[in-house]
Design a protein around this ligand. Structure first.
Ligand code: 5GP
Ligand code: ZN
Length: 114
């Protein structure tokens, strides 16, 4: 999508620190990390949010989680643990309207969910 920030990152129109890339998925460091490890994992194909993902394309979410596991191992947080967050729409606190999963770890995270 032309005006989408994350599509621009996918297309390398905006620079990012890429930690993983394949035909369907991109993972890059969050510009404003809230923990020692804070990586965003996105489908390259644009969907505003998780509610827009068609049923027949749901497999991408499983693939993203396989990638998250791989990155967690590489980042050395697979044993200590981490959190995966997907913010959806206004009430979910979503700022960038392109499906993304935050992989957060590298420190003991709080237990507060909201
Ligand atoms: P949301 O609140 O939509 O779930 O999260 C959006 C995330 O994107 C935020 O954590 C924010 O720091 C990150 N972000 C916003 N703009 C950029 C950018 O230009 N580059 C990178 N790498 N991350 C960004
Ligand atoms: Zn997009």
């Amino acid at each position: 999508m032309k005006e989408c920030l994350f599509c621009k990152i996918v297309n390398k129109e905006i620079p990012s620190t890429v930690v993983y890339e394949d035909d369907e998925i991109l993972a890059f460091k969050d510009i404003n990390p809230i923990a020692p490890v804070h990586i965003l994992v996105i489908p390259k194909k644009h969907y505003n949010d998780i509610t827009e993902l068609p049923e027949n394309e749901a497999e991408i979410i499983a693939k993203i989680h396989v990638v998250i596991n791989k990155i967690a191992k590489e980042q050395g947080i697979s044993e200590t643990g981490f959190r995966i967050i997907n913010n959806c729409k206004e009430d979910g606190g979503q700022e960038v309207k392109h499906i993304h999963f935050h992989l957060i770890g590298g420190k003991k995270l709080g237990t507060k969910m909201c």
